[in-house]
Design a protein around this ligand. Sequence first.
Ligand SMILES: Cc1ncc(COP(=O)(O)O)c(C=O)c1O
Length: 380
Amino acid sequence: MRIEPFELERWQSIWENCVELNIAESGVEPLSVRELIADQKDLERVLDARLGYPQTNGSEELRSRIAALYPGANSANVLVTCGGAEANYLITWALTEPGDDVIFTQPNYMQVAGLARAFGANVKLLWLREELGWTPNTDELDHMVTGKTRLIAICNPNNPTGAVLSEGAMQAICAAAEKCGAWILADEVYRGAEFSGETTPTFWGRYERVLCTAGLSKAYGLPGLRTGWLVGPPDMVAKLWGYHDYTSISPTMLTDKLASQVLEPAQHRKLIERTRKILREHYPIVSEWLGSHKDELTHTPPRAGAIAWIGLRGTKASTAVAEDLRAKQGVLLVPGEQFAMPGYLRIGFGGNAAQLKKALGRIDEWFFESKHEGKASRNA
Ligand SMILES: Cc1ncc(COP(=O)(O)O)c(C=O)c1O
């Protein structure tokens, strides 16, 4: 089987640990283990954990705590995975056969589209529209679904735009899926990271063939735990558990215990509040900076996630811009081509605020130098 390169993940894997200023991340500043286990009792519990195999689909305690995030769900609706990435993988692997149609909203985290093509599916793109606040025209979706449509893949809140779907759009997506019996894969890994403090409604419970994926990487600031999950109807979850036997088998004993602690209701509230505070404090740094670049940049503010999706007015060549910024200014950001949208850049603002300001200052220097060299011209 041939796979296409996952450009975004390769770009970050290669450069994130060797650039001076990394603003390519989509999450918030990660917590240390010490910050996470502030309570002595919790620490003892972790230290006493025997490092055997845990329950391979996730402990009952962890699955129950995850289920509590989805109205009406219980532990039988949950499979714990290695990151949201494994959850997306298992679903796409289990559900797509050669010749199936997969409808993929774009721009989006490119994993499901890349995998579906590798599994032989025909990927049809449903573009998010900037004039609709980076949401899709659901009439287009209605015309796209056919008897061959097996999966509709959504990312809500969206990476890279930070947009959140309206109730109406969510209902229209469910109605389109119902028309042809397709599954909805709703990647909700940014759910919880809203500026407003109002948690994004989940697709869970709106239609019987919904599979939601998420994890602790983005809204909780814990990507290094590699804890993800999927939530779905019990028979489908049991089937996907069988696929999980062929991938990572189980979470680790330590991550199962730590993730349970993270999702204990009071701790959960604390972590989500921390993330939202970071977003509210850091986004103004980006928006003020954008205000001084109106001639060069366009932008629709995000509603969730520590990411700003920014259009370049003068050029489509965002990879060239990103390469230049990395090589000359030591700044790593994400070029739009990695989301199949040349002419855009993604900036992450969830990390250290001083580093963010420094990185934006370096981009200013780059703009200044480029103008003098004539690089930011239409021909770049
Ligand atoms: C939309 C989306 N889904 C899934 C992932 C994978 O994240 P993880 O495996 O850390 O949960 C990412 C990572 O950036 C993402 O942006």
